[in-house]
Design a protein around this ligand. Structure first.
Ligand SMILES: Cc1cc2nc3c(=O)[nH]c(=O)nc-3n(C[C@H](O)[C@H](O)[C@H](O)COP(=O)(O)O)c2cc1C
Length: 169
């Protein structure tokens, strides 16, 4: 079992404005092998992230799904740091897990549905990033329906599933 999972939390305000991502983070942050870095608090510099990223065997990009993508802080982080990691042999073989919470339900994320595409398809740019840097892209973890009437139950259930997934990585 891998001992070092780095969760990069990319919610702009997880303390005050998040239910879903906050629940996901709470569900895993006490696991001994998990380290959390909050992109909204730690500026995207090589000095701040290099050693932790290098030491991780699994990198988790955790964010709320915004406009079919991640909040801008994650893009800034990727644009600032991933170019350097692209050439870094230590990235090869790491696993990359995207973990995202999505407002709509899974039934609309398909061809012909209201959202037209699956979330896997919409997340392709993250997969491209993994391929470029030699990482293994894992099946994304998607918590659907955080804006639906039964969101509370979905979030509770999703948090348990997320913990189980991270535990067995
Ligand atoms: C700026 C913004 C853009 C959003 N875009 C989408 C979207 O493209 N698709 C979707 O299903 N939900 C969308 N949502 C809903 C969020 O995914 C949902 O509120 C989020 O998963 C909740 O996570 P949180 O409680 O951690 O903030 C959007 C929400 C915001 C605020």
């Amino acid at each position: 079992m891998d001992k070092n999972v780095l969760v990069l939390s990319a919610h702009p305000d997880i303390a005050e404005k998040s239910k879903a991502c906050a629940a996901l983070l709470s569900a895993v942050k006490d696991l001994p092998k998990v380290r959390v870095m909050d992109l909204s608090e730690i500026p995207a510099t090589v000095e701040n992230y290099y050693e932790r990223v290098k030491a991780a065997s699994v990198i988790v990009l955790q964010f709320p799904f915004w406009w079919g993508s991640a909040p801008a802080i994650l893009k800034t982080w990727i644009d600032t740091l991933m170019l350097g990691f692209l050439e870094d042999p230590s990235m090869k073989g790491k696993r990359l897990l995207v973990a995202t919470s999505v407002g709509s339900g899974p039934e609309v994320y398909r061809a012909g549905g209201a959202e037209q595409f699956t979330v896997d398809e919409i997340l392709r740019p993250f997969q491209v990033m993994a391929i470029y840097s030699g990482m293994t892209y894992l099946t994304p973890f998607v918590l659907y329906g955080t804006m639906l009437p039964d969101a509370e139950q979905r979030i509770q259930r999703g948090a348990k599933e997320y913990r189980a997934l991270i535990e067995q990585l």
